[in-house]
Write a protein that binds this ligand. Structure first.
Ligand code: WT7
Length: 680
């Protein structure tokens, strides 16, 4: 059902889900404030004067040129910004939508673009990567050094029998070897599949099997909250009993020195194999559309989907967006706090910065009780100029008070960014004031795993910002707010966030399931003229200035601290426990995390709800998916609210989870007494 009424209702619910329940205070609720937000901040004059794109007019001219002649715009950018072994002959082949082919005929290599081309002249000695471990150990790599390390790792992969086209899974802590391994894979044309280190052995196994990974790169463990946390045992568990026959080798970095079991003939230490290799390994010329990586993300059905990105288009988009959005300068020290296990880490810790020859910072740790000011200390210590983090982190800092950041000198900062979820104006203002000293512009960047890079964001030298708005689409991005038939919505009318034209960084398919790619992204909205529209899964509105205000997901996906989780995925984890008959999972507003997870379960007959069982169920979800998916609350009941056709009415559960009145039509409920019992 995509009728207007539904969209409006959804957007109203979303507004409350995302920005917290209404009536927090009498006059200034979060949702109220986002709807009434009037503040506008102009780009600082010095920044505008020096910027690549230095005014709203130049942005608009660029965007207009891109719309008028997309092939000319993207073709010129690709020739200018990337190194080509062989030039491409076609910019875009869109003859079989929604399957796009970009820059056909060309060959290039992402690792070459990130490393080799910076080795001529002084750039070679420039710091490419500054890494800090949780215990405070620091490692720095110049472009020359990083190139050598990547070549050694690439040679090691070859020695393991890995070649062009073989999928390599990475299950790693935030250590330099994670970035080195990614670049090494790209160098030899072996697509990588990075699995976030917080996922469980089960989740890892699913991804290894789905991708038919040939090798796994991991570590003994990493440091988290001042303690070593193991990783290798999860790899062993994932591979146990021949569960993943495609995996022939495991490469293990020694980080924590925890004891690990090494399986003879399968496992090798990084320091044995990689360190023995030569530091020269020519980058393999890759066809533009050769697979670069697969990254799994949650959708509205049970199984996470393997989002496929390809070589040239992804490279160009990560490169261009990084250059535009951060208006990167040679002396910038840039830090993104994401994990390489997410797309943000791929595009904006590793590939975007290195492709531009920037200095990127990588941190193993996080703020923790022993070091609440960990981020601010890092900014002071390394003279960080650009800082990119998630709203959930900002809200947590807000809560613990400005006295923590106020102890540090953060005058090196010139630009701030946010990513991953909507940011409420209060958090935006705090970020600007307390972290940015009221001098740094904020870029609120909207995008997704599927889009490869940022799609909607201010340009710091050009776009006036409004707290809570991601502002305007980047040049070349035909973003729109539409109804179910693809008609554009009017100002301030809520609708679906959609993209009307292909862009180089777009995902190409779902690994092994092109039909799912069609259905999930291109068939929800069907314009009468038969054109193809990319459906992002988010609800949004556009104000009279054309500014986008993203409200949150309109599908069964929830966003917990910027981590995307499918409710069905958590439900299948719950019902795989012998005590559970049925489960329905919904999001509920959470001041810190954006959304929290609430599960409603009915138990198998003969099972009784108890604190102990609830504990077991939470732990079970942790084992099936990972700690981030553990429900905040599990409510047991004897039945779930269903329609006569047996569909669970999630709208009702969402209201109950949020402690709100169940409003709207409940006449389709099969058994109204269920509602009363759930309320009780
Ligand atoms: C979903 C994508 C790509 C970055 C990390 C998350 C939400 C992302 C914003 C933003 C409002 C945002 C959307 C989107 N989202 N950025 N600036 N404002 N919402 O990637 O895991 O693929 O999740 O994150 O709901 O669909 P992801």
């Amino acid at each position: 059902d995509t009728g207007r009424g539904t969209v409006d209702r959804l957007l109203r619910t979303l507004a409350t889900t995302v920005f917290g329940p209404p009536a927090v205070t009498e006059s200034n609720t979060s949702i109220e404030s986002v709807l009434q937000e009037q503040r506008v901040f102009q780009p600082p004059a010095e920044m505008a004067a020096a910027a690549r794109i230095g005014s709203l007019e130049s942005y608009r001219a660029m965007a207009a040129a891109a719309t008028k002649d997309p092939d000319g715009f993207w073709g010129e950018a690709a020739r200018r910004e990337l190194h080509w072994f062989e030039p491409f002959h076609t910019v875009l082949d869109w003859s079989e939508p929604p399957f796009a082919r970009w820059f056909e005929g060309g060959t290039t290599n992402l690792s070459y673009n990130c490393l080799d081309r910076h080795l001529e002249g002084a750039k070679a000695e420039k710091t490419a990567l500054i890494w800090e471990g949780e215990p405070g150990d620091v490692r720095r790599f110049s472009y020359r050094e990083l190139h050598a390390e990547v070549c050694k790792a690439a040679n090691a992969l070859k020695a393991m029998g890995i070649g062009k086209g073989d999928l390599v899974a990475l299950y790693m802590p935030m250590i330099p070897e994670a970035a080195i391994a990614m670049l090494a894979c790209a160098r030899i044309g072996a697509p990588h599949s990075v699995v976030f280190g917080g996922f469980s052995a089960e989740a890892l196994r699913d991804r290894l099997k789905d991708g038919e990974a040939k090798a796994v790169i991991t570590a003994d463990g990493g440091f988290r909250k001042d303690k070593p946390v193991s990783l290798k045992p999860a790899v062993d568990a994932a591979l146990a009993e021949g569960a993943c026959p495609s995996v022939t080798g495991v490469l293990v970095v020694q980080r924590t020195k925890q004891p690990v079991e090494m399986v003879a003939g399968r496992d090798q230490w990084w320091h044995d194999l990689v360190d023995a290799q030569g530091s020269d390994c020519p980058a393999e010329p890759m066809a533009s559309e050769d697979r670069l990586f697969v990254l799994y993300t949650s959708g509205s059905t049970g199984k996470p989907k393997g989002v496929v990105h390809t070589t040239a288009g992804y490279n160009l988009w990560a490169h261009l967006t990084f250059q535009w959005i951060f208006d990167i300068r040679d002396n910038d020290v840039y830090w993104c706090t994401a994990d390489v296990g997410w797309i943000t880490g791929h595009s904006y810790i590793v590939y975007g910065p290195l492709s531009n020859g920037a200095t990127t910072v990588m941190y193993e740790g996080a703020p923790r009780p022993s070091k609440p000011g960990a981020f601010w200390e890092l900014i002071q210590k390394h003279g960080i100029t650009i800082f990119y983090t998630a709203p959930t982190a900002i809200r947590a800092f807000m809560k613990s008070g400005r006295q923590v950041p106020d102890q540090f000198d953060m005058s090196s900062l010139r630009l701030l960014g946010t990513v991953g979820e909507p940011i409420n104006p209060e958090a935006w203002m705090w970020y600007r004031d307390v972290i940015g000293g009221n001098r740094c512009p904020i870029v609120d960047t909207w995008w997704q795993t599927e889009t490869g890079g940022v799609m909607i964001s201010p340009l710091p030298g050009a776009t006036p910002t409004k707290p809570g708005s991601a502002t305007l689409p980047l040049p070349g991005i035909q973003a729109d707010i539409v109804d179910g038939e693809g008609n554009s919505c009017g100002p301030d009318e809520g609708g679906y966030l959609a993209v009307r034209a292909p862009w180089p960084g777009m995902m190409r398919t779902v690994h092994g399931n092109p039909q799912r790619f069609r259905e999930s992204y291109w068939e929800h909205i069907r314009p009468a003229d038969g054109s193809y529209l990319y459906f992002a899964g988010d609800g949004a509105r556009r104000d009279a200035d054309g500014y986008f205000w993203v409200m949150g997901r309109v599908d069964d996906v929830i966003n917990v601290s910027g981590h995307r989780l499918g409710t069905m995925e958590i439900e299948s984890a719950l019902v795989s426990h012998p005590a559970v008959a049925e489960a329905a999972v919904v999001g509920r507003p959470d001041d810190l995390k954006g959304e929290g997870i609430v599960a409603f379960v009915t138990l198998e007959s003969g099972r009784e709800s108890s604190d102990d069982l609830i504990k077991q169920l939470r732990a079970h979800v942790g084992t099936e998916i990972g700690p981030i998916a553990r429900p905040d609350e599990i409510r047991c009941s004897d039945a779930l609210p269903k329609t006569r056709s047996g569909k669970i009415m999630r709208r009702i559960l969402r209201a109950l989870a949020a402690g709100q009145e169940v409003s709207g039509d409940t006449s389709t409920l099969e058994d109204r007494s269920v509602l009363d019992r759930l309320r009780a």
